[in-house]
Design a protein around this ligand. Sequence first.
Ligand code: GAR
Length: 211
Amino acid sequence: MLNIVVLVSGGGTNLQALIDAKEQGKIAGGSISCVISSKPDAYALTRAKQHGIPTVVLPRKEYPDHRAYSLALLEELRAQKADLIVLAGFMIILDEAVAKAYPNRIINVHPALIPSFCGAGYYGLHVHEAVLKSGVKVTGATVHFVNEVCDGGPIILQKPVYVKPNDTPETLQKRVMEEAEWQILPQAVALFCAGKIKVQGQIATIEEDLL
Ligand code: GAR
């Protein structure tokens, strides 16, 4: 059974989707062994506790810079014996030391179709604001491995979501979560835990037709 450590900063609806999938028997090869939050008041921590999952708070503001924070996080991940790390609404860009320590073992969910609307500054509602401002008619979500490039690692799964004429950033965010993120994140984690994802360079391939 793989140890899945989930990193959060906020409401934790993606964490909830993972907990639900696990409890429904959809993630056979792994269990959520710990939730680490960058914010002490993140509601995601309450969700973890409600399901008996151990939690750790690592407040970003207690560290002088990204590097110091990343090294502290790395130490915690090692102490937790993490096999897979999931960034589920984790709002901190990590130093490359973390990605290098866990190559193709860190999964991130991003609320747009990478390579559009991604990279530094594109997080949370800002992504959906940019989508609406651009006039595109289709957006969606992406689950990918994390490498040294922000939102640049191999793509595992994507799911499209139509933009509606009356969408606000909030309505679009809700639909992207419901129709895409909460489905493809648990699916990708299950595939990883089953050893079904192969990566060659930038290309991730799903071994069997499980989609
Ligand atoms: C989600 O939409 C997630 O994709 C996004 O933040 C939200 C967190 O919600 N992540 C990013 O923008 C990271 N670049 P949650 O805390 O309810 O899961």
